[in-house]
Design a protein around this ligand. Structure first.
Ligand code: CO
Length: 299
């Protein structure tokens, strides 16, 4: 090959420039100093009830508004719900481990994982906290991971939850009418937050009672307390982020053993409110505050 004078020099410079452009991203990948990329992983128990998903859509909008510019991904901790959605709808949010692995592959370096659970129970400890901890220290993995706590995780949260409950109690409730909150409840030590909440509520409104589907306090306790108070009317609402299967069936369903049936049979006039806590800005604010604290530790 023959060169005209001057061309060789220009060609060498061009070649050097091209090599540099090729090398920059390659070097960045080699020395481990990835460009920082912050992300949020929102983690809910999940729901397979289409109407209940409004809670998660509301939360998505809230986070986009309050934490602008940070990409958001989702995970469900319930294997049963994820598998059900996969089978019925052909698509489902990931588990926490799959979502984090995907975020790692996408180049996220710093991730705040926010639990949208109500209490720190089994779902939070086993499927959020333990999983996040297992992702720490993976070579070439995340720079920082932080965890945002569930809605009720400390004394400071309890008063905020009580205020949110009072602020979202139906305006039509008259004096002497009770409110019954249906929490999930668990065999896990985290169940203590439900009777704990009952104590905090009692300081402000002694006619608001907390019961649980699977833990303590039970529905029997709630019925006995309502009778002792001689109330006639009861507002029934879920203490869960979504108004899903528990709210629509166990709480307000037509079966004999639903809470509405049991309370009605016990002589109370019952009005159910089918609305998850994450549908109200007052409750969403508590989770978002925890998320902001988790994001702050990434800086
Ligand atoms: Co359940």
């Amino acid at each position: 090959m023959r060169f005209v004078p001057g061309f060789k020099a220009a060609s060498a410079a061009t070649l050097a420039l091209i090599l540099c452009l090729i090398c920059i991203p390659a070097l960045a990948g080699h020395d481990g100093a990835k460009a920082p990329k912050k992300g949020i992983l929102l983690v809910a128990f999940g729901t397979s009830v289409p109407e209940a998903k409004v809670s998660f859509l509301d939360m998505q909008k809230q986070v986009a508004k309050d934490c602008p510019g940070v990409p958001v991904r989702w995970a469900y901790t319930s294997n049963i719900i994820r598998h059900k959605l996969q089978k019925e709808e052909g698509v489902s949010p990931d588990s926490v481990q799959t979502a984090l692995a995907k975020m790692m592959d996408e180049g996220f370096t710093d991730v705040a994982v926010q639990s949208l659970h109500t209490i720190p129970g089994e779902e939070f400890h086993q499927k959020v906290l333990s999983v996040v901890n297992s992702f720490r220290g993976i070579p070439g993995g995340f720079h920082k991971l932080s965890v945002g706590l569930p809605m009720m995780t400390g004394p400071g949260d309890m008063e905020k939850v009580v205020d949110a409950i009072l602020a979202t109690t139906p305006k039509q409730r008259k004096k002497g009418e009770a409110v019954v909150l249906m929490g999930h409840g668990t065999h896990h030590a985290g169940n203590i937050y439900y009777p704990g909440l009952q104590w905090y509520l009692a300081q402000k409104d002694s006619d608001i009672l907390v019961g649980t589907v699977e833990g303590t306090p039970s529905l029997d306790y709630v019925v006995a307390e309502l009778k002792a108070r001689k109330v006639k009317a009861v507002w029934l609402r879920p203490l869960m982020s979504v108004a899903g299967d528990h709210a629509r069936n166990d709480m307000a369903g037509a079966e004999d053993d639903s809470w509405i049936s049991v309370l009605t049979k016990a002589g109370f006039k019952v009005t159910p409110v089918i609305k998850g806590t994450a549908e109200y800005p007052a409750f969403r604010a508590i989770w978002v505050e925890h998320l902001k604290a988790a994001l702050a530790t990434l800086d």
